[in-house]
Design a protein around this ligand. Structure first.
Ligand code: SAM
Length: 346
């Protein structure tokens, strides 16, 4: 039996090569703020020839049991106000989905004294193109967010700020409103009406970029059909007199349980199953503070550690594959704490 250490100091900001089930046993009780990880998926690939590797069990129940054993340790080492986030992929067997992630989550809820706060869906913006004749392309994966108590750390304000920052950049990249500028030019509005329409359009774009409203629609007389009477009567009058109307979509960005992100690859990394740093950054901001300790027991190419280093969180990573540990350490050498968060443009 291994000795449990008194602090995480010897592990902090390190990637350790070995079996996560053995390594985690050395960590003290209630010593980490967040565990965020993506374990090997069931019967998807072989990462090593090590018989301690998880994922290639014969039966799905065996796989769930192994992961659950590790999860039990995760519960032990997580602080009372901490969180545990597991991202698990599904598997088809004889043309039928096994629902592996949900079997795992149910097993955990039956066995452990934790609550499932959310099943956050990662919607992949660029799933591997496949031409199945009898089913749609799977393009989502769950990130299960578990907690040990109702008093868990949760920074929704910072999370929303982050969403707005990335969204602003995305919007800029998308050329928001471009379509409407073209339609105004093409329309039969008078020159004065066109000037007014462009002025109001520019104004509403600024409001979207600043996060004051979440979106808008524009209707231009002669191009879009006139609204009927009733509640839409005011808009009809605007279109007939001014030549256009702008419908603002009010409200904050929705605090949705869906995170859209492409599947990312990391230059120079040979790891075949990297999860998006973008999602990890969002969840780090939501669930941890600066200098908190974040554990990833299946660190792979080092994504969790990279996100932690950029956002000023401490990390501990485990992986059974020596090459991945070395590559992750190399990747981390050039990462600096950055204020400027990563972004992607859709
Ligand atoms: C899905 S990958 C994680 C990828 C990672 N999230 C990233 O972004 O690069 C799962 C990892 O678990 C590792 N692994 C498999 N069995 C393990 C075990 N028993 N202990 C530690 N790591 C293990 C594999 O080598 C693989 O790198």
């Amino acid at each position: 039996m291994k000795l449990i250490m008194e602090t995480t100091d010897n592990f902090t900001n390190k990637i350790l090569c070995g079996d996560s089930l053995e390594l985690i046993k050395i960590l003290p009780d209630e010593s980490v703020n967040l565990i965020i990880t993506s374990p090997p998926y069931f019967q998807q690939r072989e990462y090593t020839k090590d018989d301690k590797e998880i994922g290639n069990e014969k039966e799905v129940s065996e796989y769930i049991d192994k992961l659950s054993e590790l999860f039990h340790e995760c519960v032990r080492v997580t602080k009372k106000n901490g969180s545990i986030v597991f991202n698990i992929g599904d598997k088809y067997l004889e043309s039928s989905l096994l629902l592996v992630p949900f079997r795992f989550a149910l097993n955990i809820l039956n066995k452990e004294s934790v609550k499932l706060v959310n099943n956050i869906t990662w919607a992949k913006l660029n799933p591997t193109p496949r031409q199945f004749k009898g089913r749609l392309v799977s393009s989502t994966e769950p990130f299960f967010h578990f907690v040990k108590s109702d008093d868990y750390y949760y920074n929704l304000d910072e999370f929303m700020k982050f969403l707005k920052t990335t969204r602003k950049k995305t919007i800029r990249g998308n050329g928001i409103g471009k379509k409407y500028f073209e339609l105004i030019e093409k329309s039969n509005l008078t020159d004065t009406q066109k000037l007014m329409a462009k002025k109001d359009l520019n104004q509403v774009i600024v409001e979207v970029k600043n996060g004051k409203i979440s979106g808008f629609r524009m209707k231009i007389n002669g191009i879009h059909s006139l609204p009927f009477g009733g509640q839409e009567g005011g808009r009809k009058t605007q279109m007939l007199t001014k030549g256009f109307t702008i419908i603002k979509i009010n409200g904050e960005f929705l605090k949705r349980d869906i995170i859209e992100s492409p599947v990312e690859s990391v230059k120079g990394s040979g790891h075949p199953a990297i999860y998006p740093e973008f999602i990890i950054q969002q969840l780090l901001i939501l669930l941890t503070k600066e200098n908190d300790i974040v554990l990833d027991p299946f660190i792979g190419s080092g994504t969790t550690a990279v996100a932690c280093k950029k956002l000023g969180r401490n990390y501990i990573g485990f992986d059974i594959n020596r090459q991945y540990c070395d590559d992750a350490n190399e990747r981390l050498k050039i990462i600096k704490k950055e204020n400027c968060l990563m972004e992607w443009i859709i």
